[in-house]
Ligand binder design. Structure first.
Ligand code: HEC
Length: 218
């Protein structure tokens, strides 16, 4: 209804315009440029309510989505030979695109206030040398500097967008780098909010190396 009315008045305006150039109401070029206004915030189409905690969102949405990208390239050992795994078929690229879309869109769910962990779950935050921050500590950190939290969100989103571009070009070489960037985007947030201790970080790196290359021989 509103759309129709706008279209009709635009048509009338066009007719009038033929006869008298300035006969229509509408934006006229201002003689003096008005002071820059802040961009109006676009309202959401509806309310957003969280279903799960950050921890569960990570486990069930962000982490599995990232595997579509992480698993797309890599070196696997097959019959004692190093073999490069790269996307080959359209289905392979489809999966990478699904991962990228889920990450780019899904990470914005971290802007909805939600608990960091399920009720009663305190993370590994107790004991003499706790590895992880408690949900309350993470929340306090976020509330002290929400800009940083949002920067980490945008950083991950950017990698999602980067991967989407790569999928369009089917550029396997760039996918290797994007996979590295993705890892950085995850870790740079985790180091801030989840396990900020250096020690915890080193242990995590050790675990990751062990996962990739097996236990070191002592
Ligand atoms: C904006 C910050 C942020 C980004 C970006 C982020 N995470 Fe997380 N992630 C967290 C926080 C905070 C926790 C810890 C929540 C808790 O345990 O209270 C977490 C926890 C996790 C967990 C643990 C879940 C569990 O069940 O214990 C996994 C797995 C995880 N993230 C994977 C990822 C991956 C993979 C990426 C990148 C693709 C990523 N995260 C990006 C903030 C982030």
């Amino acid at each position: 209804m509103t759309r129709l009315r706008i279209r009709a008045s635009a048509a009338t305006c066009a007719l009038v315009l033929g006869a008298a150039l300035y006969g229509c109401s509408g934006p006229k070029p201002a003689a003096v440029a008005p002071a820059a206004q802040p961009e109006p915030r676009q309202a959401l189409w509806g309310d957003m309510k969280p279903v799960v905690s950050v921890k569960e969102l990570m486990r069930d949405l962000i982490d599995p989505a990232s595997d579509y990208v992480f698993d797309a390239v890599g070196t696997v050992i097959d019959k004692k030979r190093h073999v490069e795994r790269i996307p080959k078929t359209d289905a392979d690229w489809d999966r990478i695109r699904m991962g990228a879309v889920t990450l780019a869109e899904g990470v914005y769910l971290l802007k909805i206030p939600r608990p960091f962990a399920p009720p009663g779950d305190e993370n590994n935050s107790t004991g003499p040398e706790p590895e992880e921050l408690s949900p309350a500590q993470i929340k306090a950190k976020l509330e002290k500097d929400p800009v940083l939290w949002n920067a980490k969100i945008e950083a991950l989103r950017n990698v999602g967008l980067e991967v989407l571009e790569i999928v369009k070009k089917k550029d396997t070489k760039e996918l290797w780098e994007a996979s590295y960037n993705l890892d950085q985007a995850c870790e740079s947030c985790h180091v801030q909010y989840w396990y900020p201790g250096d020690k915890a970080l080193l242990e995590k790196v050790d675990r990751e190396l062990e996962r990739l290359y097996g236990k070191p021989i002592k």
